[in-house]
Write a protein that binds this ligand. Structure first.
Ligand code: NAP
Length: 277
């Protein structure tokens, strides 16, 4: 897709990747509809974007059915006003690094609602107001393909989103609307608390910048590549996990001491884990 003059709806716009992506899309000549829970943050973000574009916002908590309906109705209204939407990027997401038995059920339900239910419902509604050649991009994760301790719910939601995208790509064959999927590896945003950042360092996991991920989303849209896994060696582990999951289980088992130490620490506490893997 050629991006100049296209209108993009972006959820999670005020987050780390969302802000970087808003800027890159605006620089590529896109007009934006930015979605987030806090109007003040959306307004501030719009003020930082180049004055060449046209920017709208929708304040909605897409983790709740009312929020999804607010978004849907706003998009129907835009359509009535002659504002075409060419791209939807389901970028909003949340997680909590913790053992499943320690999690409260509310936070689990919230994670499923934001990461999986919301992109499915937004995609369903978008098929009614997206342009006939429109694209929906779903933001996955390396954990879409690799189950990882402490992230069971997140892995479930992100792998669900991967399969959903695959099924929809097949369902829409023969039409000009399409769904794409991009799976970043660890990225330097507030999604990862200090324990996760420290653990990634100890384990030698590379962390990308949100600007790099934003650039890759732009490339994905331009090339219309259906599935993209970012990062090396992460994309290799994704393949190995499909073919030889026990190899990946063995490798993760060696990380369990560090993971346990990280999960035993208060998420607000700054920590340094000694190298134990
Ligand atoms: N950071 C990583 O390591 C990493 C790696 C792979 C994939 N990803 C994926 O990349 C996407 C963006 O994550 P990020 O790293 O930019 O995280 P982030 O900085 O924490 O931003 C998350 C965004 O999601 C929004 N959000 C969360 N719950 C919401 C709700 N109920 N309703 C509406 N919006 C909600 C937040 O909006 P508010 O401003 O309203 O809070 C925020 O804008 C996510 O899908 C994440 O899973 C991230």
């Amino acid at each position: 897709m050629q991006l100049n003059n296209k209108r993009v709806l972006l959820t999670g716009a005020t987050g780390g990747i969302g802000q970087a992506l808003s800027l890159r899309l605006a620089e590529a000549g896109c007009h934006l509809i930015l979605v987030g829970r806090h109007q003040e943050m959306l307004t501030q973000l719009i003020q930082q974007l180049p004055s060449t574009g046209d920017y709208l916002s929708i304040q909605a908590d897409i983790g709740k059915p009312e929020g999804i309906m607010t978004l849907h109705e706003a998009c129907l209204q835009f359509k009535e006003e002659g504002i075409d939407i060419d791209v939807v990027i389901n970028n909003a997401g949340c997680n909590r690094f913790d053992y499943l038995k320690q999690r409260d059920t509310g936070s689990i339900e919230q994670e499923i609602a934001v990461n999986l239910t919301a992109p499915i419902l937004i995609s369903k509604h978008a098929l009614t107001w997206l342009t006939p050649t429109g694209i929906i991009v779903n933001m996955g994760s390396t954990f879409s393909a690799i189950g990882y301790p402490g992230y069971a719910t997140y892995c479930a939601t992100k792998s669900g989103l991967h399969r959903f995208t695959e099924a929809m790509q097949r369902e829409l064959q023969g039409t000009e609307q399409q769904l794409l999927f991009i799976a970043p590896r660890a990225t330097d945003t507030a999604l990862n608390d200090q324990r996760v950042t420290a653990l990634n360092k100890v384990l030698g996991n590379h962390t990308d910048s949100p600007q790099f991920v934003a650039q890759q989303v732009i490339k994905t849209l331009q090339s219309e590549k259906k599935m993209r896994w970012l990062g090396w060696p992460e994309k290799l582990f994704v393949r190995i996990n499909q073919l030889f999951p026990s190899l990946v289980s063995r490798s993760i088992a060696k990380q369990n001491v560090a993971i346990h130490e990280s999960l035993s620490t208060d998420s607000n506490q700054k920590l340094t884990i000694e190298r134990k893997v």
